[in-house]
Design a protein. Sequence first.
Length: 188
Amino acid sequence: MKSSCKPQERYSFMKRKLFYLFERLQIKRSERIAVTSLLMLSMLLTAMYSFSDILFPNEEYDYSRSDSLFAVKSAQAQKERSEIMMRYKPLPDLPEESVESGLETASLDTVNPDSSKKGTNDDVNTLVNINTATAEKLQELPGIGPVYSARIVEWREENGKFTSKEQLIEIKGIGEKRLATIKPLIRL
């Protein structure tokens, strides 16, 4: 014997059973809505993931254009760098004593590029007299730039003539290493 239930009766019967189940489990209406929403969202995401080839076609990207742009930009940057580097002349070779690290070494902005002119102890005319030399003449010494030469002239004006070469240490920025570098090149 077949049951002669109409579809609407079956629907109401299921609805009643579900209602009693919710009552028995003490599930509130807001919780039912949240669970239903999460189930629908998970079904939607599963469907999107399953049919991702249809929704988001997988096209291969041609990197040749971006590679050529990168090569052009790199060449431009290298050209600009070389143009900038051409503006600056390399510093003259300084004695090894002044190249060592420390506060007493010459900073790049105080070294005169023409400071490669060095004298010898034998030739008195090439030695720089620190008591009478101008600031420009003092800049011919290695490691002495415009700042240090101005300080030497200022010290000379305030304290009188130098009585020894070691008095140069009293000038700010001239230390033992710099003095050792220029000592053979100066006279009183």
